[in-house]
Design a protein around this ligand. Sequence first.
Ligand code: HEC
Ligand code: HEC
Length: 160
Amino acid sequence: MKLIQSLLMLLLAACALGAQAKYNGEDRGKPVMPSENNAKMQAECSGCHMAYPAGLLPAASWKKLMAGLDKHFGTDASLSPQDTKEITDYLVKYASNRWTSSAAPLRITEGEWFKNKHDSSEINPSIWKRESVKSPGNCSACHQAAERGDFNEDRIRIPQ
Ligand code: HEC
Ligand code: HEC
């Protein structure tokens, strides 16, 4: 009995470790799309690219990104203090619930889960350079329902 118990404990510990080690703990949330919408985020964060679902980054990333909107990947995306706070609070509330790493990348596309799902076995490196794709952050180039937070493989079409 004791032996079985110890074995079970070991198995449980191994499972926990396995879950932790997935993508080095840099995993997107589940679900990726929050149950609640935020009109301000939709309006202010969709002008230059799609409004990314909050679950694609951990809370620490959103805080860092929202604190530096005046120097946002080479552009100025700054907002009023009130709007910045409202959007930050929303993104932080619905940030990835499966991210266990202390890493807080500014880019979704820098996360280990992203690199794993989009490695060269899935996507030929030359595809990223296509004019129709331009940037890995251009999710909707390939994921036809990305705006709804739907990244199911049935809804992928690689553009020419
Ligand atoms: C003035 C244009 C502009 C606005 C407005 C804007 N962004 Fe961006 N954003 C960019 C550019 C340019 C990039 C870099 C694009 C690239 O390299 O693919 C970017 C990249 C990003 C990325 C990283 C995507 C990746 O590569 O993984 C995130 C996350 C992001 N923006 C979030 C936001 C949020 C949240 C808001 C609203 C508060 C916002 N953006 C508003 C221009 C903008
Ligand atoms: C060049 C096309 C392309 C772009 C751009 C792209 N993806 Fe993907 N994505 C794919 C392909 C292909 C797969 C692999 C599907 C599979 O596993 O069969 C994938 C897989 C995924 C998956 C896993 C789906 C699943 O069911 O396991 C997620 C989530 C995802 N992508 C999110 C994103 C996000 C978020 C962005 C933008 C920041 C993005 N993708 C940009 C082509 C792309």
